[in-house]
Design a protein around this ligand. Structure first.
Ligand SMILES: NC(=O)c1ccc[n+]([C@@H]2O[C@H](COP(=O)([O-])OP(=O)(O)OC[C@H]3O[C@@H](n4cnc5c(N)ncnc54)[C@H](OP(=O)(O)O)[C@@H]3O)[C@@H](O)[C@H]2O)c1
Length: 243
């Protein structure tokens, strides 16, 4: 039976690669993001029979509830929820104030995941999967502190959710990637020097790509990973050790 897989931020980068991995299995993916045109492009790439675009700003509780209503009406359940939407306000345009930096990163990385998960919670099927995208910054810092702090907040949320849902065979896991290329994450702010530095910190000597994260997400959603829950899984080519 094909699974119903909701991927926030599924129109670009890691989220799109995750969606592709599930579509290859014949699953139905629901892509959530703010930009309708970006989502529609992704649907065209994945196939309109396999993917559905649902534009929503997940920092808004009403919009998250709208996603829930649509998914409930169309599919009636969620088998896999991938909370991938997020970003680092420090990498956006302009110079945010301290307050904008910290509240912005909290909203973008914590609220998006919590509001969507809580909205979809009663639709989660027994034996389902919840994944949350954290970052290497949550386990070792790096940058302004606010982005890593926001990602780290997802960890105890995942532990509590795993405790609540475990009896129903639902697992909850966190994926913490290191530097992943070919996404919109860094905007125009990645320099050649910074890129070389980040690659130099890996033990594998290469950049991470969205498929590195997607293959872990895909496996964590498989029956073979049924006894793995409340864990932080790092995908960084050993970069946490490499500095
Ligand atoms: N690339 C890396 O090196 C790296 C490393 C560690 C962790 N991560 C994490 O991995 C996840 C995916 O990032 P990525 O690298 O693939 O970057 P990306 O291409 O910028 O993807 C982020 C996605 O999240 C969506 N999004 C952001 N805010 C949203 C909101 N309020 N509501 C709904 N959707 C929202 C964006 O679409 P819209 O703008 O259209 O809303 C976009 O599709 C993020 O959580 C990021 O923090 C990335």
């Amino acid at each position: 039976m094909s699974r119903i897989v909701v991927v926030s931020g599924g129109g670009t980068g890691i989220g799109l690669a995750v969606a592709e991995a599930f579509v290859r299995d014949g699953d139905q993916v629901v892509l959530v993001g703010r930009r309708a045109d970006v989502l529609e492009e992704a649907v065209a790439r994945l196939g309109s029979g396999s993917a559905l675009a649902v534009p929503a700003d997940l920092t808004d509780e009403t919009e998250a509830a709208g996603v829930r209503d649509l998914v409930a009406e169309r599919f009636g359940r969620v088998d896999v929820l991938v909370n991938n939407a997020g970003g680092n306000v420090a990498l956006g345009a302009g110079e945010p104030s301290l307050t904008e930096l910290w509240t912005g990163n909290f909203r973008s990385n914590v609220l998006t995941a919590v509001l969507l998960t809580e909205a979809l919670r009663d639709l989660l099927a027994d034996g389902g999967r919840v994944l949350l995208l954290s970052s290497i910054a949550a386990v070792r810092g790096g940058g302004s502190g606010s982005y890593g702090a926001a990602k780290a907040a997802l960890h105890p949320y995942a532990y509590d959710l795993a405790a609540d849902l475990g009896a129903r065979g639902i697992t909850v896991n966190v994926i913490a990637p290191g530097f992943i290329d070919d996404t919109e994450f860094f905007g125009g702010r990645m320099t050649r020097e910074r890129r070389a530095f980040l690659v130099g910190q890996t033990l594998t000597g290469r950049v991470g790509v969205p498929e590195d994260v997607a293959s872990l997400a895909h496996w964590l959603a498989s029956p073979g990973a049924a006894h793995i829950t409340a864990q932080i899984h790092q995908v960084n080519g050993g970069a946490e050790r490499g500095r």
